[in-house]
Design a protein around this ligand. Structure first.
Ligand code: SF4
Ligand code: SF4
Length: 135
């Protein structure tokens, strides 16, 4: 198994500092791959990254929620041009560096979203996306 970063990720980067096997990779180019991604071949499922994420974006693969109920105010990220993801996000990561995302969407309290498609996106990053090319 592996852990999976979902589209609740806003590139804080804190998870990368605690991963003992350094298998968390920032997506590039950010317009196409706005999240960080976990290499399933390397992840040892230790769970250390989970509490580090300020956006609670990381789940064990078999616990990625199909019906995530929003607290309200959290954001989802998507590649630029994705329908409905029209809000720009400007924030800072754990090193206080600026983070800019072109395509996000703020969730309203009680809204229910399916985060399971992010499992395939994460796999794709390492099988045919930039994560594969970097190996
Ligand atoms: S800590 Fe959370 S928001 Fe930050 S890069 Fe990791 S998964 Fe994304
Ligand atoms: S579960 Fe452990 S090994 Fe896997 S990405 Fe998180 S910190 Fe790294």
């Amino acid at each position: 198994m592996t852990h999976v970063i979902t589209s609740l990720c806003l590139r804080d980067g804190g998870c990368t500092t605690v991963c003992p096997v350094e298998c968390i990779v920032p997506g590039k180019p950010v317009e196409e791959w706005p999240l960080f991604y976990i290499d399933a071949d390397t992840c040892i499922d230790c769970g250390a990254c989970v509490p580090e994420c300020p956006w609670e974006a990381i789940f064990p693969e078999d616990e990625v929620p199909a019906a995530y109920k929003a607290k309200g105010g959290e954001r989802l990220s998507a590649p630029i041009g994705t329908a409905g993801f029209t809000e720009k996000y400007d924030g800072h990561n754990h090193d206080n560096e600026a983070v800019h995302l072109e395509g996000t969407r703020t969730l309203t309290a009680g809204e229910v979203v399916d985060l399971t498609p992010d499992i395939e996106v994460n796999k794709k990053f390492f099988t045919s996306g930039p994560g594969y090319n970097a190996k």
